[in-house]
Structure formats: C-alpha cells, structure tokens
Design a protein around this ligand. Structure first.
Ligand code: AP5
Ligand code: MG
Ligand code: ZN
Length: 214
C-alpha cells in the first residue's frame, strides 16, 4: 500500500500512522519526525528547519521534497509506504507524483482526517512528549504519574516547541492556507478517503480501515 495521511496539526496523523504501518508492514515516513530528529542531532538541515518549525511555519518545499525523494528510494519503501505530514502544499503533491512516476509507482489512497479547530487546539496545547522514548502524555487526558517524568523510561517529559499557543494558531492558519487545498486536489483524482478523526483511537482506526475497503 502506498498511502498518504492528510490532516490538520493535531488531527491524529502520527497516532493512526503507527497503527497502520503495524498492520500493513510498511514504513511510516513522517517529515515532521525527520526534521525533529535532525534538530536533535544538530545537523545543518535541522538548524535550517528549526527556524520554521518553532514558529509553526512550513519548511520550504525544495528542502522537504529533497528529503522525501531520498527516503522513498530506500529499499524498505519498495512494497509500500505511509506518508505522514507530506505532501503539505500543492507543489509538494506535484513533486511527489513526478518522483513516483520515475519509478513506475503511484499513490493508492489519501486518508484525510477531519477534526474541528477547538478540538485540535485542546489536543496540541496540552500535549507533552518524552524526550527520550517519544511516549506522549496530555495535561488533561494522560498525565505522567510523576510530574515531568516519563512513566515508561523515566525520561524528561517536555512540551514540543511548536505546541505553544502562538505556534499552534499559526500552524492552523498555514494548514488552511497551504494544505487544505490538497483535499480537493486528491478528491479530483479519486484518491480521497475522508474519515472523522474524533472518538477513541481504535474507533478512528476502524473508520480508516473501512474507508480503505477493509
Ligand atoms: P508534524 O510533525 O507533521 O506536525 P503537525 O502536522 O503539525 O501535527 P502533529 O504531529 O502535532 O499532529 P498529528 O496529526 O500527527 O497528531 P498526533 O497523532 O500527534 O510537522 C511539524 C512541523 O514540521 C511543521 O509545522 C513544519 O514546520 C514541518 N514540516 C513537516 N512536514 C512538512 C512538510 N511536508 N512541508 C513543510 N514543512 C513540514 O495527535 C496529536 C495529539 O492528539 C496527541 O496528543 C494525541 O495523543 C492526541 N490524539 C490523537 N488522536 C486522538 C483522538 N482520537 N482523540 C483524542 N486525542 C487524540
Ligand atoms: Mg505528527
Ligand atoms: Zn520515555
């Protein structure tokens, strides 16, 4: 399966991607995670991306496209892949179609998670993450047993730099302006599978499977 998970910031792309890649045995390609790892490692690309990410702006298309093209050439992507958070602009979507064509491939499904704004703000502003193992917590729904300490590994629990109120608002603006047009773009290509992203994690997952005809 070659699929895209489309959705607003906080829509549940990462959460559902983890379940999908487990079921289908394909790699999850999250451009956000690639950038966060690069920031952590202090690479040149990471330093460049960080300026945009912290504000909640999109990283320039040429940088993102180059990274994805390289990643999709790796062996583990031959049988399929799940793109999480890419493409995010029309030029990125066009570039993706071109790079896949070169190797005789094309996208099968675009899963679009729909969640309204109030819910997104609540999810993102309360999210906390373990710096060490990546486990996620939430100040309202899932507090760590000991404040700021990960239940699983004892690592430090922190707030993503772009989960502060101002950056979250900007991410939502950028999403409406640059990413939401992809819904019509993929609907026009008969690839869009719209899914309500509210409810339990498993409930949303079941809806996704149904939309894929499973
Ligand atoms: P990225 O890392 O992709 O972040 P994002 O899209 O802003 O959104 P999140 O990862 O925060 O949300 P998500 O949809 O994955 O939801 P999650 O499952 O985590 O990108 C970060 C930045 O990198 C961008 O702003 C940009 O700067 C740059 N970037 C990345 N890709 C780019 C690209 N292609 N082009 C240009 N720039 C790019 O869930 C969120 C929270 O909600 C969690 O706490 C979760 O537990 C909770 N939750 C999930 N599902 C539910 C549910 N059903 N009910 C209740 N809570 C739920
Ligand atoms: Mg994510
Ligand atoms: Zn941890």
């Amino acid at each position: 399966m070659k699929a895209i998970l489309l959705g607003p910031p906080g829509g549940g792309k990462g959460t559902q991607a983890k379940k999908l890649v487990k079921k289908y045995g394909i790699p999850q390609i999250s451009t956000g995670e690639i950038f966060r790892n690069a920031v952590k490692a202090g690479t040149e690309m990471g330093l460049k991306a960080k300026q945009y990410m912290d504000r909640g702006d999109l990283v320039p298309d040429d940088v993102v496209v180059g990274i994805v093209e390289e990643r999709l050439r790796e062996d583990d992507c031959r049988e399929g892949f799940l793109l999480d958070g890419f493409p995010r602009t029309i030029p990125q979507a066009d570039a993706l179609a071109v790079m896949l064509e070169k190797t005789g491939r094309k996208i099968d499904h675009v899963i679009s998670l729909e969640v309204e704004r109030e819910e997104l703000i609540k999810r993102l502003s309360g999210r906390r993450v373990c710096r060490n193992c990546g486990e996620e917590f939430h100040v309202m729904f899932k507090r760590p047993k000991v404040d700021m300490v990960c239940d699983l590994c004892g690592g430090e629990v922190y707030q993503r730099k772009d989960d502060n109120e101002e950056s979250v608002k900007n991410r939502l603006v950028e999403y409406e302006k640059q990413t939401a047009p992809l819904i019509d773009y993929y609907a026009g290509r008969s690839l869009l599978r719209s899914v309500q992203g509210v409810g339990g994690f498993d409930e949303v997952f079941e809806r996704i499977l149904k939309s894929l005809g499973e």
